[in-house]
Ligand binder design. Structure first.
Ligand SMILES: [Zn+2]
Ligand SMILES: [Zn+2]
Ligand SMILES: [Zn+2]
Length: 347
């Protein structure tokens, strides 16, 4: 640890962590006593976390009781949107950047204690965080990405699920799981403000060659790249590549549907997220060709589970793998090797 990243508070040495979202409307530091580093983090695969971020799992670390983020410059809670998900007994809210949509934290409403997203810390600080556990893997039904991430670095992740009969077990499942319609798949964020369907490839124009015509599945890719991580506030996002015409009702190139908000990710790319619950929805890069969008898989309601294998054909290649060299190489390696094995069983 460098001297600049350490603080001495009340006679105690603490490591300073810095976090910022993609648009940098949110920039803050938090302090962890050095004996408690590396800071333990966990992945949560529950349906609430997935459908209110649009990703495959959230990455969280609990701050010590009473420890609050210190916002920098013009950043502050006024730049965050709060969402209290029904089904979490109202104990916690989710907070996301109102401008870019990045998931930033969850807070315990009664105590005000913070659980921060570890995906938005700086590259340097990510080295002082270690994943140790994963929660609610059964909520993903097919295990989601817990099926491919079991060991990160030298740490075997401990898995926790509620007892089958507990109320927590039921509230985290998708209560509104769709009756299986082989030709249409529901897309819905947690608050329900964005609600649409995607159709099978054979029901739309195939001339653009975006689908796997033999299996009638859409191509999907895991993304652990920097842009995706900072704009979604999660280490890993699944994207389906399809034409906008595959969505019902039709979605325009501004990606506006229901409660969606847009954010200009780059000169050529637009990103959209739900303005109420924060779920990442879509991304459209005009350099990718006309009307082809990437759709975040965390909002899909496939009855077979989070990986939607009856609908998606997953690439063994990981997008953004090289970006993890500076951020979290152990995580990058775990996803890469895990996906190679998983995808080979899938084909
Ligand atoms: Zn932001
Ligand atoms: Zn969760
Ligand atoms: Zn929503």
């Amino acid at each position: 640890m460098t001297e600049e990243s350490l603080a001495h508070v009340d006679g105690q040495e603490k490591k300073i962590f810095t976090a910022r979202c993609h648009c940098e409307s949110i920039v803050f530091t938090f302090f962890i006593p050095t004996p408690d580093t590396p800071l333990s983090a966990y992945l949560c695969h529950c349906s609430i976390c997935r459908s209110s971020t649009g990703t495959l799992a959230i990455c969280h670390a609990v701050l010590p009781a009473g420890e609050r983020p210190v916002f920098i410059g013009s950043s502050g809670v006024h730049n965050l949107t709060e969402y209290v998900p029904i089904g979490r007994s109202g104990r916690y809210d989710f907070r996301f950047c109102s401008t870019c949509g990045a998931h930033v934290a969850s807070t315990e409403i009664a105590t005000g204690d913070w659980i921060v997203s570890t995906s938005i810390v700086t590259d340097e600080d990510a080295r002082h965080i270690r994943f140790t556990e994963q929660f609610f893997t059964k909520s993903a039904q097919d295990g989601g990405i817990s099926s491919l991430i079991k060991i990160i670095g030298n740490t075997e992740l401990e898995t926790w699920n509620p007892e089958e009969e507990s109320t927590q077990a039921s509230i985290t499942e998708d209560a509104e799981s769709q009756a299986a319609d082989p030709e249409a798949l529901r897309l819905q964020c947690h608050c329900g403000g964005v609600n649409a369907k995607i159709m099978r490839p054979s029901n739309v124009e195939l001339s653009i060659g975006t689908s796997n015509s033999s299996t009638r599945k859409w191509p999907a890719t895991l993304d652990i790249g920097r842009d995706s991580r900072l704009v979604n506030g999660c280490h890993i996002t699944g994207w389906v590549r399809l034409p906008l015409t595959a969505c019902v009702p039709a979605i325009g190139r501004d990606l506006k549907i229901g409660t969606a908000k847009a954010y200009q990710l780059s000169d050529t790319a637009v990103h959209s997220f739900c303005g109420i619950c924060g779920a990442t929805l879509m991304s459209l890069d005009s350099s990718d060709g006309d009307d082809i969008t990437l759709l975040a898989t965390g909002t899909l309601k496939a009855t077979e589970g989070a990986m939607a294998r009856e609908w998606l054909c997953w690439s063994p290649e990981i997008k953004g793998y090289l970006d993890t060299a500076d951020f979290d190489p152990d995580f990058g390696e775990a996803v890469k090797t895990g996906m190679e094995q998983w995808a080979s069983q899938d084909s």
